[in-house]
Structures are given as structure tokens and as C-alpha cells.
Design a protein around this ligand. Structure first.
Ligand code: F6P
Length: 577
């Protein structure tokens, strides 16, 4: 039975003051030189220090943006108009910040100590979220330790060597980025991790290629346990295990993470292997929950705990630091400046670190699913732009693909550069320090090039010095001009380790919350993805021959637009069905 819905008040400051604050930001950007960065450096030798915020070894440099003192004041005026301070208090107090789903937003409790006193409002009153999370974490740890010790083994008595993590969206991207970040370049993982998210059968073949079912533990992660892709992949994995080892092997080879205990039980996973979390954890914020079980299985419990500690350090900083020294707040405000003052529609994430190669994919979900919204909490349309489209690749690879557009394209794309100073002091293999220096040189050079650009006069002089003819100079020089004044922020820290990884991801999580608050939207629902899911469920029976429709409600053929009808017909005819 569903509990009665907890009904929070849909309150937020009236949009009037916010409108005025957004208008002020635009006016500042429209000043002569309001979008230029280099004059700010020329005018203020202390700019880099003044516009760099720090938390221990982690620094956030905003100086290569056009934000000056006046713009910063205007951004904080917006924060005040949106009551960011009150929002932050209500978030940590466990209020139903996710108003449209009437849920608290308390993923911070997943990384907090058990006695942190973090509570989440639920239909049954306030729940001790940190204590709940810690109890579940203890259960996870027992399973992880017993797998690593060889006490928990496969059905044939062999030790587990591999873990196959099945999930999609938040139940895949976060665990995947963390596992990769802590295993790439190393040889000390405890289990080899494999990920399966796409419903495409090729993804299943690829994920299980070379895997021995007898030595594979399958972890199914799904907040709802109703997601089509995950259900189909979990069923395929079950069949793969059963075919190789028999029906009785399922108990030994499966574990699950979900808020939906009933659906997990129906799937047949042994209850002691089912790890729970509550609906105050959003899918894209769930890697810290049992959804991330693959992480300690692959890297060991100590590192997983250290990752949680790093995220908790960022939580405490976000909760306690004054707004003007608060890294998530500053990162969020920089994004607001770029989106709402400059009108940038996209944002680029460049982590100069191969281990963070999936970070842009994870942040795409965290940012775009959270803040890709068009109405305010009141249901009225927002009067300003919200989340830009995010994209990214690891540096330096990006430099050899899309960075041309970022340097010279017709639109401004702000960039976040992310870099660790040290490739990792605890790395067991000898690493090549010169390679890491080259990586860093490229990161700094890109940011500098974006800001400085290349004026035509300099290019003409250089071409002339090389003996180019005037005709050649006239023809070529304009193509080589880079206007510069293109903004970036740089996030630099000592080394990528479990602690700094947790801190980095939590930095972006809170940045998103800050921006959602300023835009006045619900960052924690995702109604927009529902329609596509519903329609896909309706179309699937139309693509399935009658004999195979078991379990699919065939129903009468739906009315589609003529394009969709023609595509379905053509699909069937191409398959000869
Ligand atoms: O379709 C979007 C979404 O609901 C995401 O919010 C979520 O991370 C993903 O699907 C997977 O959902 P689940 O964990 O319930 O399988």
C-alpha cells in the first residue's frame, strides 16, 4: 500500500526580484567590454588570487571568466532573491526539496557518518537517513568482504573474479565513472568490473564476452526495478547463469540494489543479497548508495569509504562555508553568468585525466536531467534559460576533435578544465611524469588560448616574417584569427584518489542544486523522460510477432502519426515480418 503523500508547501520567493536580478546580469554583460576577460587581468594584478576559491588542495579558478566584482555582486543578489541560503538549510534539514515528487533530497546521508543526525522527511515523519544508510552500508560491506575473502563463492565453489553490473542512467553512470576512475591504469582491483546498460543485445554480448558465469557475480541496480532496459538485461543475465550453472545458481550469483523490494523479490534474488535505499535518493545521485555496490567489489571497501568521505567533506563545506567562499555556489554562479548573462547554450567538461573519461557522461545526467526544466515550482513557465547542453571528452583527445569549435566557432562555449597535479603517488606501476606534465601543459594552454585568442595583426606579422606574399596573408590571415575572450574555469587538485574523486563529484552535485534553486525549478524530478518510456512500451508489441508477444499487452494497433506508422511498417518489412 502506498503511504499517504507527504505534502510540502510549494513555496518559493516571488519571481519579481529574480527577474530584476537576471535583468541586471544581462545589463552587466552588455556593458562595453562586459564580455571581455583580458581587460580584467590588465586592470587587476591580483585577479587570479581574488577569483580563486579553495578547499584544502582543491582550487576553483574563476578568473578566466568575464565575472568582475560588479557581476559577482549581481550574482549574489540573485542568490539572495532566490533565498539560496534558506534552500541550503532546508536541503540539509531533510525538507521535501523535490516538491513534485514530494520527497526529501538526502543523498548526503549516504556518505555521512551514522550519527551525523541527517534526517529526511517522509510520509511517516522524519527518518534518520544517515543511520538508515549506515546500516545498509554495513550489510554491503559484509557481502563485499566475504566475496573478497572467498567466503562467498559461486555455485560451483569457485571464487568470484568478475562482477557484472547491470543498470542504466544513474544506476550505471555514477558507479561506472567511479569504478573506472579508481581502476584505470592500475592492476590491483579485487574483482574485474563489467558494465551493462544498453538494452541492445550487442551490449550484453560485449559485456559478457570472455566472462565465466561460474566466477561472475551479477549486481542488478535499479531504483525502481521496473526500468525496461535493466529488466531485460537482468533477465538475459539470469538466463546466462541458469544455462551454464542451473536454476539453483541464481542465489549465489545475484545481488541487487533497489528501493522496490517487492519487485526484487519477484525477480528471485536472495533477500540477504538485496540492498535497500530510500526514495530520498535520486537515481542520478545514487552511486553512493547500494547502487554503487560494484565500486567496493572492484576496488575494495577502504577506497569506497574514502570516496564517501571525500563527498561528505564537500557536503560539509557546501553546508557550512559562507556563500562567497563556497565552491559549489561559485561554480553554480559561474554557470548562471554564462547561461543567463552571456546566453551560452552549451557547456564543455574537459577532464585532463583518462580515468575520468566517463565523467562528462555522468555529469550530463546529473546536470541535464536535474536542471533541464521549463517551469518553476509554482508551475509557471520560467522567464529565463535553464540548463545548457553539456558535452565533453578527456583532454587531450578533445583538442583533436571538437575544440576547433570552442576556439573559433560562432558561439561561445564555456569550459570546465579539471586536472590533478600529480598522476597518483600511490600508483603501483612506475608512471611517466613527463606524460602527466604534457597533459597539464595542454590543459593550461587551452584555457590560455581560449582567453587570449590570436589577433589578426600578430598572424599577419608572423606570416610576413616567414616570407608569405601579401595576397596569401590577405587570404589566409582571417581564417587563423581567434577572437579570444572565451571563458573557462579550472578545477585543480593534488591527485585523483578515492577521496578527491568523491569530493569532485559532490562538487558538481551541489553546483546543480545551487543552479536549480536560482532558476526556481525542481532539480530532483525527471518527468520529461516518462512520455518516451510510455510510448516505447506501446510500440514494442507492434514490433513483436504474435507468437513472441508473451507478457506484452498486444492491444489494438495505436494511432501514430504517418511518419511513425511508416517507419514501423518499414522496420517490419526489412526484417521480413
Ligand atoms: O529514465 C530516467 C531514469 O529514471 C533515471 O532518472 C534513472 O537514473 C534511470 O532512469 C534508471 O532508473 P532505475 O534506477 O529506476 O532503473
Amino acid at each position: 500500500m502506498h503511504p499517504p503523500a507527504y505534502t510540502p508547501a510549494m513555496t518559493q520567493p516571488p519571481p519579481t526580484a529574480r527577474h530584476a536580478a537576471f535583468a541586471r546580469l544581462k545589463a552587466l554583460a552588455d556593458r562595453p567590454d562586459g564580455r571581455r576577460i583580458t581587460p580584467l587581468f590588465a586592470a587587476d594584478p591580483g585577479r587570479a588570487a581574488r577569483f580563486t576559491a579553495q578547499l584544502d588542495d582543491l582550487s576553483l579558478d574563476l578568473s578566466k571568466t568575464a565575472i568582475d566584482e560588479a557581476a559577482l555582486d549581481a550574482l549574489f543578489a540573485l542568490a539572495e532573491a532566490a533565498d539560496l541560503d534558506g534552500f541550503r538549510r532546508r536541503l540539509f534539514a531533510g525538507d521535501a526539496i523535490n516538491q513534485t515528487e514530494r520527497r526529501a533530497v538526502m543523498h548526503m546521508a549516504l556518505r555521512a557518518p551514522a550519527d551525523a543526525g541527517l534526517r529526511a522527511m517522509t510520509a511517516h515523519g522524519a527518518e534518520d537517513a544517515a543511520a538508515f544508510a549506515a546500516a545498509e552500508r554495513d550489510r554491503m560491506r559484509r557481502l563485499v568482504d566475504s566475496v573478497h575473502a572467498g567466503d562467498a563463492r559461486g555455485a560451483t565453489g569457485q571464487r568470484f573474479t568478475d562482477v557484472l553490473a547491470i543498470g542504466i542512467g544513474g544506476s550505471d553512470l555514477g558507479p561506472r565513472v567511479a569504478t573506472e576512475a579508481l581502476t584505470i591504469g592500475r592492476r590491483d582491483q579485487t574483482l574485474n568490473a563489467h558494465f551493462l546498460s544498453n538494452v541492445d543485445g550487442n551490449a550484453f554480448l560485449e559485456a559478457t564476452r570472455g566472462l565465466d558465469p561460474a566466477r561472475t557475480l551479477v549486481v542488478v541496480a535499479s531504483k525502481t526495478f521496473t526500468t525496461q532496459e535493466t529488466s531485460m538485461n537482468a533477465a538475459a543475465a539470469r538466463a546466462w547463469i541458469v544455462t551454464a550453472l542451473g536454476e539453483t545458481a541464481v542465489a549465489a550469483h545475484f545481488a541487487a540494489a533497489s528501493t522496490n523490494r517487492t519487485a526484487v523479490a519477484a525477480f528471485g534474488i536472495e533477500p540477504s543479497r538485496v540492498f535497500a535505499f530510500q526514495d530520498w535518493v535520486g537515481g542520478r545521485y545514487s552511486l553512493w548508495s547500494p547502487v554503487g555496490l560494484v565500486i567496493p567489489l572492484a576496488v575494495g571497501w577502504k577506497k569506497f569509504q574514502s570516496m564517501l568521505d571525500g563527498a561528505w567533506a564537500m557536503d560539509c563545506h557546501f553546508r557550512d562555508a559562507p556563500l562567497r567562499q563556497n565552491l559549489p555556489v561559485l561554480l553554480g554562479l559561474a554557470g548562471i553568468w554564462h547561461t543567463n548573462a552571456l546566453g551560452c547554450a552549451s557547456h564543455c567538461i574537459l577532464a585532463y585525466d583518462e580515468r575520468l573519461r566517463r565523467l562528462p557522461a555522468h555529469l550530463q545526467q546529473v546536470e541535464m536531467e536535474s536542471n533541464g526544466k521549463h517551469v518553476m515550482l509554482s508551475g509557471e513557465p520560467v522567464g529565463w534559460d535553464t540548463c545548457p547542453a553539456l558535452f565533453g571528452e578527456p583532454g587531450t583527445n578533445a583538442q583533436h576533435s571538437f575544440m576547433q569549435l570552442v576556439h573559433q566557432g560562432s558561439r561561445v562555449v564555456p569550459v570546465d578544465f579539471i586536472l590533478a597535479a600529480d598522476p597518483g603517488p600511490d600508483r603501483p606501476e612506475a608512471h611517466r611524469p613527463e606524460a602527466h606534465r604534457a597533459l597539464a601543459a595542454n590543459a593550461f594552454a587551452q584555457a590560455e588560448a581560449l582567453m587570449r585568442g590570436r589577433p589578426e595583426a600578430e598572424i599577419r606579422a608572423e606570416m610576413a616574417a616567414r616570407g608569405a606574399s601579401l595576397a596569401d596573408i590577405d587570404a589566409i590571415a582571417p581564417h587563423r584569427v581567434a577572437a579570444g575572450e572565451r571563458p573557462s574555469t579550472t578545477i585543480l587538485f593534488r591527485a585523483l584518489d578515492p577521496f578527491s574523486l568523491g569530493r569532485l563529484i559532490a562538487l558538481y552535485e551541489h553546483k546543480v542544486a545551487v543552479q536549480g534553486c536560482l532558476w526556481g525549478i525542481d532539480s530532483f524530478d525527471q518527468w520529461g523522460v516518462e512520455l518516451g518510456k510510455q510510448l516505447a512500451g506501446g510500440i514494442l508489441p507492434e514490433l513483436t510477432p504474435a507468437a513472441e508477444r508473451q507478457g506484452l499487452s498486444a492491444g489494438p494497433r495505436r494511432e501514430h502519426d504517418s511518419s511513425t506508422t511508416a517507419l514501423i511498417d518499414r522496420f517490419l518489412s526489412l526484417r521480413g515480418e
